[in-house]
Design a protein around this ligand. Sequence first.
Ligand code: TRP
Length: 439
Amino acid sequence: MTPTAPLSPQRFLTGITTTGTPHLGNFVGSIRPSVAASRLPGVQSFYFLADYHALIKCDDPARIQRSTLEIAASWLAAGLDPERVTFYRQSDIPEITELTWLLTCVTGKGVLNRAHAYKASVDKNQAAGHDVDADVTAGLFMYPVLMGADILLFKAHKVPVGRDQIQHIEMARDMAQRFNHLYGEHLVLPEAQIEESVALLPGLDGRKMSKSYDNTIPLFAPRDQLRKLISSIVTDSRAPGEAKDTSGSALFQIYQAFASEPETAALRQAYAEGIGWGDAKQLLFERIDREVAPLRERYQSLLDHPQEIEQWLQAGAAKARAAATPFMGQLRHAVGLRKLTAAPVLPSKNKMAKTAVPVFKQYREKDGRFYFKLLDADSRLLVQSHGFDVPKEAALAVSALQKEGSHALAGLQGRLDIPAGVTQAELGEALAFFAAATA
Ligand code: TRP
């Protein structure tokens, strides 16, 4: 396949739901790598506080406001440069909710029925013998559409997220394809970016560090509290002098997330030589505190000056809207939300555009083999197959492409040619037409 040339610069976008206080797991898994990535040349980064998403899980206004403050202060303290990136609060961008409605109207209800978070609630109700939709808000159901609007409004190419969010990015792609198919090439198809190297940090009890397990270490806990929490990390009962196991040791894994390789090697050695748990905990405390102390100071001073953060967020919103407002105007026009004085599109032309659709053509060549090709609505060649020995094989390939869309391309590698100049977006859109028609 010919990959599409990346538009430069590459746009990265990610949102952080504002329902809690950042902990060490958030720092290692999200804040630290994102801040580092935002400094790379050739990338344009968007970071936002997803406070509309927070409303789906939290009905405590004070907590939402407090969490927005703490998360914003954490990112800034960790080195996010709001002059370099676009750092904003979701609810300051009215175009996000506006786009949410346009996307709602091109999203199948059946697709949303299959979203993991919604399905999990339904399954739980079912298991408990309750009404399937008991305590399920329409907000939870619409979560993926709001997230799609977050991403598509800023034409993000890459969305760095955890594995649990991949489905949402795929849904955003589908919304973009469907929209583009109906209204023309306006939306960029985003891709999830999963950071494989970022380990999940274990919490105090050894399970994944997570608010829902109540086993977190707050990122900016005061020194004394940090020391106390670290001393409560679970260990086994081996006495000082006995060799310790690094595998499965939460303490070791947390240390590794902060230490350099030589430091980690030194602790591994110390484990083998029977370091006491108390001493190991002291080492961990010192290592984390060394990294976090300077940030903690900035964090505290930001918390003491919320107006400073508020100013950054207002500036970020202005920067974000400078792009979002005109783009939303373009999208409104595309779907027909137009001034009555705007030049009308002739109904006949409109109809043509609606009836012309992509087609697969299957045929046999003089060489006796079986071929197919895919033409777009304007009869432009998008895919040309190589020869198949039997017609059934060609038909199976066509049917896979029709059912699975672009996902089927990987399995057909070496059996298809995609002419130069055909973009993945065009191909994806044409294939999405068949998937939508057969769904
Ligand atoms: N749903 C994401 C989470 O819970 C947060 C989020 C909201 C997000 N909108 C987004 C992430 C857009 C990436 C892009 O982690």
